[in-house]
Design a protein around this ligand. Structure first.
Ligand code: C2E
Ligand code: CA
Ligand code: CA
Length: 733
């Protein structure tokens, strides 16, 4: 425990602390008196250096350092969530920055780092059957995972050029590569990796050696607060880098013990017989300590600090286990989502410490209402979750819910005062409601809200009608990931007609998703989702391959001049290598580039990156044509399109549908068409639904038309049939 010593008297400049005396200047002392509170940006997921629990509490090595500093100087450090975009006016200190990594120029890194972490080498001990790896030089020509943004990637590239590096974003990714044997080793920050290994029980990962590299972690202080910077500097120097007392809580490495072990063994061995017994005992003690440390850290990561109930992390594990067991025994799992009513009010008026006590007491009461083998977890704040397996019927869940409601309704006596609250409970059942664990929790949450809406102090089972857009989306996301593998996509084609000759030599490919349960889903519902979850490139590749197959068919059966337009979202240009691969595919299949037209939106061209410009010009060189989709809805300038050599402009359907002789849209349409022609572009009008619209467009000399009037988008077979029907009709005329 730290002894709170603080600043002794009004005018003393010397601060005594358990770390020794610290000399402050009058300016520094005055600064502290004026600023009893200092705001610190703390990262939320950098375990164990700094991280945030579900209860919103910050923890970790840097947080312990802040605590020690706070005790020395009597400063209250208020943690604020770190973000790359946080505004400088909202924080004074950043608690942990790595040497190369200070993204906020208004902050200055402290000269004295509080932590120095060595980098170590880890392998998959289940797969590691090649020559033994113990140092960096054993990794020549091997595949090694490293953290992309850290200093280690550069160090290795510079010093060990023969190592093949795989850059990862997060530790989990590296562990996965290691597990699958796709890399031979993982080189990374020892404190972080050792912590992950214990917390996530990664039994297959083994530390086999150290590297010559290490990294410093320092605090950073706002550039305009030099007093604070020098105060913290003095404090940190007094506490010392890698303070053993602080690190012990978070570090469980073998090297940490062996450092002490070797000299101790030598000394004890000197005492011969006594020494032998000593070594044995010492080894045992160290082993016990290590097991204890592992247990403590695992507990910290899986249990809520306040109630000691399982936290969200462990809840997820328990829920999956319960679901697996239910599958085996063909039984069900019940979820109770419990939220305390009016808790916020108590917390705000009576204070956090009363609030905390109330949460603890409520946790105890809920635990008493369930069977010993049910899981009660704290979900965060005033929310709890119960997982019940092996129950007879819904009435059993109702009975438990009722019991909890009665218990929570009883007054809470805290610090001589009585507090009255109630609870609202939402219930879901696996597998009746859904088989997706995330959706199961989210449905229970929605049912709980329904219980609140109905007046609180009650429970409510989930009904499909409560399902919110967000959960619908969640389900859709999961299904979408499997849609390609399950061959659920289909391309529909909508003909594009020449308005002057009525010939059909073009069509637009429009994707459809045949969902096994929900039926045909429109791209409007899933394209933006695919973009968000990074699936659009894969879907785009599928669309292109299918188009190639179909166009070859059209070329042999109908006309070699036929062109198909495919929609390409701006997102797809980020991975341009996938688009450029289309050139090779065209060549391999013997299809001319001009058989394909790519529809893009003008947003892509407004401030195009070099990459976009090059990709477009590369594809154009291969003969592929381009058109601007939905023209008229965005920036709508034509002149700048000229420099990209775009062949077509597609007038958006909202214009087409508002066309009346001489109205504003008609004047605009006519102007767009004549302007496009002057710039050497052809115009396609979308969404033609009436003869009147088509005639008007024709009178403006619009080149092509597309819309329900001509044909709705059709499956490939229906579309081919339509083409032949139209051709025979034309030849009759
Ligand atoms: P879009 O490129 O503007 O495609 C035209 C949309 O208008 C299509 O909707 C089409 O069915 C519809 N449409 C055609 N004629 C008429 C008409 O006369 N009246 C009305 N009211 N609508 C008409 P769809 O097939 O639902 O596609 C919606 C959007 O999804 C497309 O808009 C396009 O942006 C996107 N999309 C479709 N397929 C793909 C694809 O393969 N990849 C990408 N990235 N996006 C696609
Ligand atoms: Ca389009
Ligand atoms: Ca369009």
């Amino acid at each position: 425990m730290l002894i709170p010593v603080g600043i002794k008297s009004e005018d003393s400049l010397k601060v005594n602390s358990k770390y020794g005396d610290i000399q402050l200047t009058p300016n520094e002392l005055a600064w502290i008196k004026e600023h009893p509170e200092v705001r610190v940006a703390v990262k939320h997921g950098w375990m164990p250096i700094e991280f945030k629990l579900e209860s919103d509490q910050h923890r970790g090595i840097s947080v312990d350092y802040l605590h020690a500093l706070g005790t020395i100087f009597n400063i209250r450090f208020i943690p604020i969530d770190y973000s790359e975009s946080m505004s400088i006016s909202s924080v004074d200190v950043i608690s942990g920055v790595v040497s190369s990594n200070l993204k906020h120029s208004e902050f200055k890194k402290q000269p004295y780092p509080f932590l120095n972490v060595p980098f170590a080498i880890y392998v998959n001990k289940k797969l590691n059957d090649g020559p033994e790896v113990t140092s960096m030089s054993d990794l020549d020509d091997k595949r090694v995972a490293v953290f992309k943004n850290g200093p280690i990637a550069k160090e290795i590239a510079n010093n060990y050029p023969n190592i093949k590096l795989l850059h990862v974003d997060i530790a989990d990714e590296a562990f996965e590569e290691l597990r699958l044997g796709r890399v031979d080793a993982y080189v990374g920050n020892q404190i972080i990796i050792d912590y992950h290994i214990v917390v996530h029980r990664l039994n297959f990962v083994e530390k086999v050696g150290m590297t010559p590299f290490s990294t410093d972690v320092s605090m950073a202080v706002r550039g305009d607060l030099p007093e604070l910077a020098s105060i913290l500097d003095k404090g940190l120097q007094a506490i010392g880098k890698n303070n053993q007392e602080i690190l012990e809580k978070w570090q469980i490495t073998d090297s940490h013990y062996s450092r002490w072990l070797i000299p101790i063994i030598i000394i004890t061995s000197l005492f011969l017989l006594v020494g032998l017994i000593g070594v044995f005992k010492l080894k045992q003690t160290l082993r016990r300590q290590r097991v204890e440390a592992k247990k403590t850290i695992w507990h910290q990561a899986n249990y809520d600090y306040l109630t000691d109930l399982p936290n969200r992390h462990l809840l997820d594990t328990r829920l999956t286990q319960a679901m697996e067991k239910a599958d085996e025994s063909l039984s069900s799992v019940g979820i109770l989502f419990i939220d305390l009513d009016n808790f916020k009010q108590v917390n705000d008026t009576a204070g956090h410490s009363i609030g905390d006590k109330l949460i603890k007491e409520a946790a105890g009461r809920i635990t008493h209402c369930v069977r010993s083998y049910d899981t009660v977890a704290r979900f965060g704040g005033d929310e709890f979750m119960v997982i019940m397996s092996d129950f007879d019927n819904e009435q059993a869940l109702e009975k438990t819910s009722q019991k909890i409601l009665v218990e929570i309704k009883k007054p809470f006596q805290i610090g001589g005062e009585l507090f009255y609250i109630s609870a609202s409970i939402g219930l879901t059942i696996y597998p009746n409601d859904t088989s997706n664990p995330e959706a199961l929790i989210s449905y229970a949450d929605q049912a709980m809200y329904e219980a609140k809406k109905l007046g609180r102090n009650r429970f409510q089972f989930f009904k499909a009608s409560m399902q919110s857009d967000s959960t619908k989306r969640l389900e859709l996301t999961n299904d979408l990931r499997n849609a390609i593998a399950h061959q659920q996509f289909e391309l529909y084609y909508q003909p594009i007609i020449s308005l002057s000759t009525e010939e059909i030599l073009k069509a637009e490919a429009l994707i459809r998703w045949n969902h096994p349960v929900k039926g045909l889903i429109s791209p409007i519902e899933f394209i933006s989702l695919a973009e968000e979850i990074g699936l659009i490139d894969e879907i785009g590749a599928w669309v292109f391959n299918q188009t190639l197959r179909d166009i070859k068919h059209i070329h042999t059966q109908y006309s070699t001049e036929f062109q198909i337009s495919v929609n390409v979202s701006p997102n797809q240009f980020l991975k341009s290598e996938r688009l450029l691969a289309w050139k090779a595919l065209l060549a391999n299949q013997g299809v001319a580039g001009r058989a394909i037209c790519i529809e893009i939106t003008e947003g892509l061209l407004l401030q195009p990156s070099v990459n976009v410009v090059n990709t477009i010009s590369d594809l154009r060189e291969a003969g592929v044509q381009f058109s601007i989709d939905d023209f008229g809805t965005g920036y709508s300038a034509l002149a700048y399109l000229n420099k990209f050599d775009i062949e077509y402009v597609k007038i958006d359907q909202s214009f087409t549908q508002n066309l009346q002789p001489n109205n504003y849209d008609a004047i605009l349409c006519e102007a767009i068409i004549s302007m496009a022609h002057k710039l050497g572009m052809k115009v396609i009008a979308e969404g033609i639904e009436t003869e009147a619209q088509q005639n008007l467009l024709n009178s403006f000399a619009c080149d092509y038309g597309q819309g329900y009037l001509i044909s709705r988008p059709k499956s490939f077979n229906d579309f081919m049939q339509f083409l032949f029907e139209m051709r025979s009709k034309q030849s009759l005329n």
